[in-house]
Design a protein. Structure first.
Length: 197
């Protein structure tokens, strides 16, 4: 028997990613208690890595390009991100993936929205995670750092507004202590203008 979709249960209960193919399921979250080695690597990336690493390609290409610029001590972060790429590829069936690893120090996207993609995978390594809510509700959930969030976008086959889940970046500019979010986003290769180069 198949497990129910997590969109109508508390977000603390992780569900397998394959539930995303259900017509009534718009979000799947997986709880993770990220290893200390990965968290230390994320902190080092924040200190020494580029503000934005944005590429499209196969897993092999992404691994080569990411490996070419890894700051010292960040290998565990790269390995974790590439493992998520492999999981995303199995779900999406795409040969190439748009890979975005970004330091976010501002309110990057404050409005709740649905992405113009088939599927989007998000993982915030440092700082607060993605916020989300049902389209017909005002209750806002904030995802803990390290958790994996898989969201259906408007281009997912059979997507409809009924039961849809909206999301946004958490506002961070008004926090008393400056915050740097390290956010991994995985998408279809043509997402957000990433046309073939």
């Amino acid at each position: 028997m198949r497990q129910s979709c997590p969109t109508r249960v508390p977000p603390a209960i992780p569900m397998p990613f394959q539930n995303i193919d259900r017509t009534d399921c718009f979000i799947v979250q997986e709880e993770r208690h990220t290893e200390q080695e990965i968290m230390q690597a994320a902190a080092l990336w924040n200190a020494h890595g580029p503000d934005l690493f944005l590429r499209r390609g196969s897993i092999e290409i992404l691994e080569t390009q990411l490996g070419a610029l890894l700051p010292a001590g960040t290998k565990a972060l790269a390995e974790d991100a590439l493992n998520l790429v492999r999981r995303y590829q199995r779900l999406s069936g795409t040969a190439e993936i748009r890979f975005r690893l970004e330091k976010v120090r501002h309110d990057s996207c404050r409005r709740f929205h649905v992405d113009h993609v088939p599927l989007r995978l998000l993982c915030t390594y440092t700082g607060p995670g993605v916020q989300w809510k049902y389209a017909d509700s005002e209750t806002i959930y904030e995802t803990p750092a390290g958790w994996i969030t898989l969201l259906k976008g408007q281009l997912y086959p059979g997507w409809s507004t009924k039961g849809a889940v909206l999301h946004r970046s958490p506002p961070i500019s008004d926090r008393p202590v400056p915050v740097t979010r390290l956010l991994l986003t995985l998408d279809h290769p043509d997402a957000c203008g990433m046309g073939r180069q």
